[in-house]
Design a protein around this ligand. Structure first.
Ligand code: CA
Ligand code: CA
Length: 284
């Protein structure tokens, strides 16, 4: 009976350990897109940069991030691609900044998409110029991470201009229509390869997966499918403080305070001369 009790305790402890280990592994296996620093405090009229990072991603071929900010408080100066995706090879990066609406739309993709990158790193560096005191959320939305899963198809996928080749021209065309939906003047059905009435990073990745191919001749082609990486996003918060006067605050200094040491020296000199003169007269 005692042995049975010990066995039961041992079994329970083993199960608990296994569950704990699996839970921890699950936590660390989660994928995040987050901004760093998460809390930004900056004086008015200064520039600041936020890194957009990814944590714990596997086989990343392409990313897309849309962001919004308060255009009354800041403007976006630049979006520079970070080094993480470049670990997989040559990349193509594109962004649309709208400082009137306060939005950023950006993507990065490996071209040609021959291998993905795994791990953690920086996707983009976003630089803002602060224009006045106040607070704003830097809100990421429509974030997409795509891995290398693809299915074979028997059509010339990725050729937007019909010249039977998939190259930088097609990548430029899909970039020019990037972010547009059906009805938008920039929308181009020839680059909406998945016919979902929207040109986004999935269409960009379609070009990247087939980059360099010719048709007919290089069949089959590749279509992204079931390749969305589930993830969470964590936003940042900006506090823009009132401007500090250049050179500090001027305080008037009393003139007597400045001259006091010289007045003291002069008085000592006069006293010495007077004492010397008195001594001379007494000898006479
Ligand atoms: Ca083409
Ligand atoms: Ca599409």
């Amino acid at each position: 009976m005692k042995i049975k009790k010990i066995s039961f305790v041992f079994l329970a402890a083993t199960i608990f350990s296994l569950v704990s280990a699996l839970t921890v592994a699950h936590v660390y296996a989660q994928t995040f897109i987050y901004m760093s620093p998460a809390e930004i405090i900056v004086p008015s009229c200064e520039e600041f940069t936020v890194d957009v990072n990814v944590e714990g991603v596997v086989d990343l071929y392409a990313w897309e991030i849309w962001m919004c900010f308060d255009p009354a408080l800041m403007e976006c100066i630049s979006v520079v691609e970070g080094p993480f995706l470049q670990l997989a090879g040559t990349t193509f990066h594109f962004e649309i900044i709208d400082d009137t609406a306060g939005t950023i739309k950006a993507f990065g993709v490996v071209v040609p998409a021959v291998s993905g990158v795994s791990g953690s790193g920086t996707l983009a560096n976003v630089t803002f110029h602060c224009s006045g005191p106040g607070e704003s959320i830097l809100d990421m939305f429509h974030t997409t991470l795509l891995n290398g899963s693809a299915e074979l198809i028997w059509e010339c996928l990725g050729d937007a201009n019909g010249d039977l080749a998939v190259n930088i021209v097609d990548m430029s065309l899909v970039a020019a229509a990037y972010g547009a939906s059906d009805g938008d003047p920039r929308y181009d059905p020839n680059v909406d390869f998945d016919s979902n009435s929207f040109v986004d990073v999935t269409d960009v990745l379609t070009v990247a997966l087939n980059y360099g191919k010719h048709c007919p001749g290089d069949l089959p082609f590749l279509s992204p499918i079931n390749n969305v990486v589930s993830h969470s996003t964590i936003n940042a918060h900006v506090t823009q403080t009132p401007e500090t006067p250049v050179g500090g605050v001027w305080t008037p200094v009393p003139i007597l305070e400045l001259l006091a040491p010289w007045i003291a020296v002069a008085l000592l000199g006069v006293a010495a001369i007077t004492a010397g003169a008195r001594r001379f007269l007494m000898r006479q």
